[in-house]
Design a protein around this ligand. Structure first.
Ligand SMILES: CC(C)=CCC/C(C)=C/CC/C(C)=C/COP(=O)(O)OP(=O)(O)O
Ligand SMILES: [Zn+2]
Length: 394
């Protein structure tokens, strides 16, 4: 009742750990925004500027260190290649010939003799690292890079990963989940080897992962999450079955994942994180393209979170207080690209720039949002694979 003294039970009320975390983050982010508002417009423009040179320096250094001596995240090296190369491509830059050649050689050494790529030379092939390796080689582009991919053997690997549930296993005897479906179908689509044998049952599996909240979980019975929602939705679009999903409830779930900080959270009641700028922002773009719908998220607020809260001097981070890394750099930049363009229903047409926060020089290269590869490189690869061999439609 209004005006009543707190009862003994409300006096005992204490916030939960996640409420405290949420409030601490809000205070931190609002402090940044307050600083931003209290400085002259000229300095505001500086704060909103994409620090291209610093990002490129950070990324190039990361790629050069990816040689044989690299031991951190040892089973992840194709991923590090992809996060770095895709970030460089989004910034409209490319690597020099020597670095390009070394990277192609390195990724080729991760290719298994029976198809697919492992996390490092001699490691067992895995769907996630196969996706990362293929996306890296497409991003590098050119004959040497594209022809280094053994598409026939990748097809056999994908067939071998097919699971009786309709989904895919991440590796021989590995877990079956929505990530595996996405990485398998994305690779097959990008390499023009997608056929009915691969798509059979995939839609049923993804449908079984859509939850009561509307988002998509990693596996049946789990919690809806942005990472898996992007993977599930992109997969359904690639196999032409998106309309089987409950799209209104998916849309409803997604639009409520953008927080007061401007960034996205991955799931209900969790903190916002820069990487969901792509997983959730990319999924929103896919929904917008499906329906030719208006904006499903606040593009201005998302760009503000990425530039003011995730951007550091060279690289991007999850949130203030965290350190930069290549994963967050890749997905903050991918999310920024998702927010900067207008997405037309015609997937073959290059998207046009929309609202660009900060100086116009912040504008990134557009992406193909289904595969998360820069549009121009994706287009080149499609042409290369269609011309070099047959391209089977599913
Ligand atoms: C293509 C590919 C391999 C996609 C991967 C998609 C992806 C990012 C899945 C997320 C996995 C997950 C449940 C993270 C939760 O981490 P957390 O509990 O630390 O984070 P949270 O609090 O933000 O949920
Ligand atoms: Zn993150």
């Amino acid at each position: 009742m209004i005006g009543m003294e707190p009862s003994s039970s409300s006096a005992e009320w204490k916030p939960t750990a996640s409420q405290e975390e949420q409030w601490a983050l809000e205070r931190h982010v609002f402090h940044i925004y307050q600083l931003f508002c209290n400085i002259p417009p000229k300095s505001q423009a500086v704060m909103l500027e994409l620090q291209r040179d610093n990002h490129i320096e950070y990324l190039m250094k990361g790629l050069r260190h990816l040689g044989p001596s690299f031991s951190v995240l040892d089973a992840n090296r194709p991923w590090i290649c992809y996060w770095i190369l895709h970030s460089i491509a989004l910034l409209g830059e490319s690597v020099d010939d020597a670095l390009e050649s070394n990277t192609i050689d390195f990724i080729s050494r991760c290719q298994d003799q029976h198809g697919g790529y492992g996390g490092g030379p001699g490691q067992m092939p895995h769907l996630a690292t196969t996706y990362a390796a293929v996306n890296s080689l497409i991003t590098l582009g050119g004959h040497r890079s594209l022809s280094s991919i053994n598409r026939g053997k990748i097809y056999s690997f994908l067939q071998r990963m097919k699971h009786p549930s309709g989904g895919f296993s991440m590796h021989d005897g590995g877990e079956v989940d929505v990530r595996a479906c996405y990485t398998a179908i994305s690779v097959a689509s990008a390499l023009c080897i997608l056929d009915k044998e691969l798509t059979q049952g995939v839609g049923d599996y993804i449908l079984s992962c859509q939850t009561y909240e509307g988002g998509i979980a990693g596996e049946p019975g789990s919690e809806a999450h942005g990472g898996y929602t992007f993977c599930g939705l992109a997969t359904m679009i690639l196999i032409n079955e998106a309309n089987r999903l409950d799209l209104p409830s998916l849309t409803d779930w997604l639009v409520f994942r953008q927080g007061v900080e401007g960034g996205f959270q991955g799931r209900t009641n969790k903190l916002v994180d820069g990487c969901y700028s792509f997983w959730q922002g990319g999924a929103a773009v896919l929904l917008q393209r499906l329906h030719e719908a208006g904006d499903l998220f606040q593009s201005h607020a998302l760009q503000q979170y990425i530039l003011l809260c995730s951007q550091v001097e060279g690289g991007f981070r999850d949130k203030p207080g965290k350190s930069r890394d290549h994963y967050h750099t890749c997905y903050c930049l991918s999310g920024l690209a998702a927010a900067q363009f207008r997405w037309s229903k015609d997937a073959d047409r290059e998207p046009l720039p929309g609202l660009v926060l900060g100086p116009y020089s912040n504008l990134l290269e557009p992406i193909d949002p289904l595969h998360n590869i820069v549009f121009e490189q994706f287009d080149e690869a499609r042409e290369f694979f269609t011309e070099s061999q047959h391209c089977d439609d599913a």
